[in-house]
Design a protein around this ligand. Structure first.
Ligand code: SF4
Ligand code: SF4
Length: 340
């Protein structure tokens, strides 16, 4: 919903760039949001990543951190290490998101941890849980965590929400090595994440308190994303590849992140009110389409894919422009005050 004569001129100053380096993964988790597995071949070359890093820093001095994810970004090996070093040389922080497969042997894990820390890596998030552990043993994740935590950098293990039958979160929190990590390294932490199904026959993992989904999406305008398909995206959402409107440009035009969004009311609405509030406003809180929604990105997919919702947006969005614009001004003023 971009209008070149729009009353909006939204400031788009991303703080984060996420480089989804590859959709190849050593694992093939059933509910992987990008359907990654060892046979998927989309990946960025080092030259593409390096050029994008340099161009995005030149275009957006506001960028504070580069996040490398996938697929499995550690499969890039030297290319990943060089990309981390490049970001560090530009004064930017870095984070890697990994499934921890490289912690299979301590010798190998020690070597890789030393290499990435030497390159300048600032923090790591590991993903594990019920689906992940079919491909990567939890012991590998713990070993990789041990090897990195000793350098003092933040290490976070994110665990998939359990099913009614599974108990992975407890198994990990009660693991003796994990307890030692928590006790010895203040920068080591664990969290469980919200989980969303991607298939009709997915085993349900419980609902969520609907009120937690009534919030704006803070990825919009703040996280500039490069995908392995060489596209620039608005966000790194779980349903990103299912929402064409989230793709705003191609790798050779980093300015598109700003140019294609600065007058896009739909993006502003998502940023300010969020997809769940938009759906509840348009359909009513008790609408059947909303009953099984457990994740913001799931609501976002409905906003963009559902025919009825799209028609309602097209006919009603102008009624919301003033209120959303007003709330955006309040958010920006609060951010400005907080930064003083
Ligand atoms: S480890 Fe992550 S990227 Fe790889 S298949 Fe599983 S969910 Fe997807
Ligand atoms: S809610 Fe929508 S805009 Fe936000 S991260 Fe998810 S898909 Fe992207």
């Amino acid at each position: 919903m971009s209008d070149r004569n729009s009353i909006f001129d939204i400031e788009v100053n991303p703080k984060t760039v996420t480089v989804i380096t590859t959709y190849t993964c050593n694992a093939a988790c059933e509910e992987c949001c990008f359907e990654c597995n060892p046979t998927v071949k989309h990946r960025l070359s080092f030259e593409e990543i390096a050029t994008f890093i340099k161009n995005s820093v030149a275009e957006y001095p506001s960028i504070e951190q580069f996040v490398f994810s996938g697929g499995e970004c550690f499969l890039l090996k030297e290319d990943l290490y060089k990309a981390i070093a490049l970001c560090a040389s530009l004064g930017r922080s870095t984070r890697c998101v990994s499934n921890g497969y490289w912690g299979k042997t301590r010798h190998k894990a020690e070597k890789i941890a030393a290499t990435v820390v030497e390159a300048g890596l600032a923090e790591v998030n590991f993903s594990t849980g019920l689906d992940h552990k079919k491909w990567v043993p939890i012991d590998s994740v713990i070993t990789a965590s041990e090897c990195l935590a000793k350098y003092g950098i933040p290490v976070l293990i994110t665990i998939e929400k359990d099913t009614e039958e599974s108990d992975i979160l407890n198994q990990i929190t009660e693991n003796e090595r994990v307890r030692r990590l928590s006790h010895s390294f203040p920068n080591f932490s664990l969290q469980t994440n919200s989980w969303m199904p991607f298939h009709e026959n997915s085993v349900h993992r419980g609902g969520v308190d609907r009120s937690t989904l009534r919030k704006g999406c803070d990825q919009v305008f703040t996280n500039c994303v490069l995908t392995p398909k060489k596209e620039i995206a608005s966000c790194c959402g779980l349903t990103l590849e299912h929402i064409p409107e989230m793709r705003v440009g191609t790798i050779d035009n980093v300015a598109s992140y700003r140019d294609e969004q600065k007058d896009d009311f739909m993006k502003l609405w998502l940023r300010v009110e969020g997809p769940m509030t938009i759906l509840e406003t348009l359909l009513g809180r008790d609408h059947e389409k909303l009953q099984d929604v457990v994740h913001l990105c799931q609501a976002c997919a409905i906003v963009h894919q559902d025919h009825e919702v799209r028609e309602k947006i097209a006919s009603a969005y102008t009624d919301h422009i003033l209120a959303v614009g007003h709330k955006w001004n309040i958010i920006k003023t609060a951010e400005l005050e907080a930064s003083k």
